[in-house]
Design a protein around this ligand. Structure first.
Ligand code: NAI
Ligand code: PYR
Ligand code: MG
Length: 374
């Protein structure tokens, strides 16, 4: 199979979908690996690294899309990229379709088979292709929020760890999954006073166990969150209902409960965001102010640390990329129900229920699609 990896074009996105190590494995499996010239530069990989791995360097994105049977990339295809997808081609990338009707419409119109990293599952109920980037975004969230709390950035001027005689910042983390746990570790490490809310009691028990008193856990309901807002210097939104649009947990009205210059970091922005006034921002222009509350809503946070993120993502995606290339998507998905969970669009049909519910589009069950193509 010809596997194509284009250069990412989302603003300030420096990751690349295939590492030289993954390219090498694909070539060893008998596949042709096509890498767009310069695709790895932002993550510290040169064209020569890919050539040494046995890949071919292709000058333009147009040529990569035209030649490849499968496109492997990081972020959801931008409008210009969606025009280059075609019937029968496989797209393997983050898609985040629930909050993105335009992209969903274009992917359905392309006729391509689109497998979303963020809905591939594992046998323990986890999301193995989202988790590595959630680890990164979670670790970055307190750091980005601490920067936003500085006066020059519009924040209240509170230092996360405080100093002797002055209280540390109160950090509230809503959602104690992979992002929330990583954020808690860093925020606690920076000396903040951390509270984590979740709806899963087993998850709260786990956090209570591993942090051994270094944070407070609380069941997540509207009232609990509202009572924490007046004292919260930073709230990190880290909730997820897989594949679905994020629930809105802080309304615009509730912003008035917070101290001016407090910060909301909405990591869940790629699923539409969990605060009412969240809208996606970029690394170039990451924050904005609503009623005196600073919002940080960068939808591709891991792109800021592209080297670490690319290697972590490449380690996780490689076995799935190889299965798709070795067997073809039909057999790879038939053999592995967890990979089948990643199927979001096939030949004009939407195949993921949470996306269908969010966008009001009819869904065809992925199992039905497999029967049709089998
Ligand atoms: N902005 C960015 O660059 C990135 C964003 N993300 C996003 O971060 C979000 C979280 O991802 P993960 O931590 O990997 O998910 P996860 O599935 O590991 O954790 C989500 C947690 O939210 C909890 N939850 C669901 N509804 C809740 C509610 N109403 N109140 C409190 N908790 C609730 C769940 O019980 C679960 O523990 C996702 O939307 C993901 O796409 C992930 C990586 C990068
Ligand atoms: C998960 C995601 O959206 C990202 O890593 O950019
Ligand atoms: Mg997006």
């Amino acid at each position: 199979m010809k596997i194509g990896c284009p250069t990412e074009i989302k603003p300030q996105e420096f990751r690349v979908g295939v590492t030289p190590n993954a390219a090498h494995e694909a070539v060893q499996h008998g596949h042709e690996m096509l890498i767009q010239a310069g695709a790895g530069t932002g993550a510290g990989f040169t064209d020569e690294d890919y050539i040494a791995a046995g890949a071919r360097i292709i000058e333009t994105a147009e040529e990569v899309y035209a030649s490849a049977d499968m496109i492997v990339k990081v972020k959801e295809p931008q409008a210009a990229e969606r025009k280059m997808l075609r019937e029968g081609q496989v797209l393997f990338a983050y898609l985040h379709l629930a909050p993105d009707p335009e992209q969903t419409k274009d992917l359905m119109a392309s006729g391509a088979t689109c497998i979303a990293y963020e809905t591939v599952t594992d046998s323990r109920g986890g999301l193995p292709l989202l988790a590595p980037m959630s680890e990164v975004a979670g670790r970055l969230a307190p750091q980005s929020g601490a920067w936003a709390l500085q006066k020059a950035n519009g924040g209240s001027g509170v230092l996360l760890g405080g100093v002797p005689g002055v209280r540390p910042a109160n950090v509230v983390i809503v959602g104690g999954g992979v992002v929330g746990t990583a954020a808690a570790r860093v925020a606690a490490g920076m000396g903040a006073n951390v509270t984590v809310l979740d709806r899963s009691i087993p998850r709260l028990s786990y956090l209570d166990d591993v942090f051994m008193g270094r944070l407070t856990t609380q069941y997540s309901d509207q009232h609990s969150l509202a009572t924490l807002l007046p004292r919260a210097d930073m709230v990190i939104g880290a909730v997820l209902i897989p594949g679905a649009a994020a629930p809105k947990l802080i309304s615009r009205e509730q912003l008035s409960l917070m101290q001016p210059g407090s910060v909301l970091v909405d990591v869940a922005i790629d699923q539409g965001g969990c605060f009412e006034k969240s809208k996606a921002t970029t690394h170039q222009d990451p924050i904005y102010d609503v009623d005196g509350i600073i919002h940080y809503c960068v939808a591709n946070m891991p792109g800021a640390v592209a080297r670490t993120s690319t290697i972590a993502l490449g380690n996780a995606t490689m076995p799935f990329m190889l299965a798709l290339a070795d067997k073809g998507w039909q057999k790879a998905c038939a053999d592995d129900p967890h990979l089948l969970d990643g199927l979001n669009v096939h030949a004009g049909k939407l195949t993921y229920y949470a996306v269908g519910r969010a966008l009001g589009i009819d869904v065809t069950a992925p199992q039905v699609i497999l029967k049709q193509v089998g």
